[in-house]
Design a protein around this ligand. Structure first.
Ligand SMILES: [Zn+2]
Length: 457
């Protein structure tokens, strides 16, 4: 058992001082005592928060960030971006994927994310053939998470079609495609492996209602439920208006409405984006306990639209945040953009604030951490007994945070000009970042740059 004395800590009941936390050999929090003398405990100065789960990552897209911002033909959109993304991934090797993911996961840790849910749809070789080791790409992501020391929820993606109604996949999608049997075999093998990894969990991700038929959705969920009855299930839904129109043409239902009616949504489920919902879908999704997986920087980059946040939060809907295409790797930035989008839309301030006088930044951070923990299916997101000792120490040397009381510090970290709000980061009782740096930051950057140099030739 190890003991830490935290000067200030954000606990479920609010900010507390002189907090003594004991962590067991497995990295789980065994006790929390407030107003306690430090004794022999390791002292931690400043403000400590639960680590933030990043509930939606396509790691390889980190290397594409910044390469798709040129003026295109009229109506440059999500769909034209997707064509550029398909061309980029054609050349990616397993070594590239591991180098990019390792670098990304280290950047995530340095930014304050402590768990990542990897929505992994790149499986096969550039010709679309299965690698001699069928789970090669999954193993590279697992290796990257281990090198970085970030907790991982791996979500292999089932992808079979290019459009609603079971249309055949396009040439650009050849590296993603599985049969139901092939996919279920992959899931069984990965489950048998990850069950022995304390900071990893397996889930599944039927890609979207575009890519998966109702019959296939039922088959992959049924197989996974036998392995892990409470394991996470993620799906992209209603990111784009065109997707909603195509869904209506296919079934007479909008995507979230279809899932509410046919998929048995419950707290295991995470609907990524859920941008375009009508009032009944907002209320229905909130009532299921499923998590809305919001990715504000990617949704802004791709011009997706505005999530119905005031209505969904008022209905006590669960949400968390994801980096998705990684045009942003910063949980504070994602939360700022989430609120700013709503301000621009409503022409008001503090749109997502709760009670008068309460800190908006703290409310957003807490809800995203708890919702994110549910979505990744790991015992994280809160500093309390039985959860993992994953935490973030804010950087009191950043002038934007230096003189702020704990009760205001998250408003400053999210809405102020702090450029390096995070000083130290712990995962499962182990320090991964000290003084803003990860021990493998430089080696990971060199490998990342070598991959990128080759890919950009
Ligand atoms: Zn995505």
């Amino acid at each position: 058992m190890r003991a830490f004395s935290l000067e200030h800590a954000l606990l479920p009941q609010g900010w507390a001082s002189k907090v003594l936390i004991e962590v067991d050999a497995a990295g789980m929090i065994a006790s929390v005592t407030t107003d306690s003398e430090a004794g022999n405990a390791e002292r931690i100065a400043g403000c400590v928060l639960p680590g933030m789960p990043n509930l939606h990552s396509h790691a390889f897209q980190r290397a594409l960030a910044g390469l798709t911002e040129k003026g295109g033909p009229a109506h440059d959109s999500f769909w034209s971006w997707r064509e550029q993304m398909y061309r980029f991934l054609e050349r990616l090797t397993p070594d590239d994927v591991e180098a990019i993911a390792t670098r990304l996961y280290i950047e995530m840790l340095e930014a304050g994310y402590t768990t990542v849910a990897e929505f992994q749809y790149l499986h096969h070789d550039p010709k679309g053939e299965v690698y001699s080791q069928a789970d090669e790409m999954s193993q590279r992501l697992i290796a990257a998470a281990k090198t970085a020391g970030i907790a991982l929820t791996l979500l292999p993606v089932f992808y079979a079609h290019s459009q609603f109604g079971g249309e055949p996949p396009t040439e650009g999608q050849r590296r993603f495609i599985h049969s139901v049997n092939g996919f279920n075999r992959l899931v069984s093998d990965l489950h048998a492996q990850l069950i022995h990894e304390p900071q990893m969990r397996l889930g599944i991700a039927p890609h979207s209602l575009r890519a998966v038929t109702p019959h296939e959705l039922a088959a992959v969920v049924a197989h996974f439920e036998i392995l892990d009855p409470r394991g996470p299930i993620h799906i992209h839904a209603a990111e784009q208006r065109k997707e909603v129109e195509d869904s209506l043409a296919w079934s007479g239902c909008r995507p979230v409405a279809w899932l509410l009616e046919h998929a048995g949504l419950d707290p295991r489920w995470c609907l990524i984006h859920a941008t375009h919902m009508g009032p009944d879908e907002v209320a229905g999704l909130a009532a299921t306990g499923a998590v809305a997986g919001l990715c504000p920087s990617t949704e802004a980059d791709l011009g997706d639209g505005f999530f119905a946040a005031p209505e969904y939060l008022a209905a006590r809907g669960q949400f968390g945040i994801g980096g998705d295409s990684h045009v942003g790797v910063d949980p504070f930035f994602e939360l700022r953009l989430f609120e700013y989008g709503q301000r621009l839309r409503a022409q008001r301030r503090n749109v997502l604030a709760g009670e008068t006088g309460a800190s908006l930044g703290e409310a957003l951070y807490r809800r995203a951490a708890i919702g994110g923990a549910r979505a990744v299916g790991q015992y994280v997101g809160s500093l309390e007994v039985g959860r993992r000792a994953d935490w973030v120490v804010l950087n009191g040397d950043d002038a934007a945070l230096a003189e702020h009381a704990p009760q205001q510090i998250l408003d400053a970290a999210i809405f102020g000009p702090a450029r390096q709000p995070v000083r130290d980061v712990m995962v499962a009782g182990q320090w991964r970042v000290r003084d803003g740096r990860h021990a493998a930051a430089e080696t990971s950057k060199a490998a990342y740059r070598a991959s990128l140099r080759r890919l950009l030739q």
